[in-house]
Design a protein. Sequence first.
Length: 155
Amino acid sequence: METPLKDKIIKILATGFGAGLSPIAPGTAGTLAGVLICLLSYPLPGFFRFFFVVAISAVSVYVAGQAETLYGKTDDQRIVIDEIAGFQVAMLPVTITGLHLLLAFVLFRIFDIWKPFPLKRLQNVHGGWGVAADDLGAGIYAGIIMFLSTLMIKF
């Protein structure tokens, strides 16, 4: 039986166009896909970039929940749309520059792996929110540091 188109689209989005299928560090690969998507949003004015981040965050919750059902596993490592969305959140308070992308990448990965309070608890939430909430939170933590760093150091 052929897979329905909706399921194919969900898997493509959930895996970050295949980044989540990486045999090594799929979350890091997903974050790299997030860097590319962030670069695509570069020309957007501030308000539209904010709307873009809100939209991709909402899509990540829905797609992650659908992908969990398709894969039959809670927070399957192939699902990286949450890393993509979380990275967008991390970059939201700053301009898109090479240095900001690098710093946000490192900070986001640290918070995503470390999962400081209360991020680890957010993984216990059911469905797509449980997949995406900790990554969106890691993006918020990284974004706060990004914002504060721009106040202290002009780069």
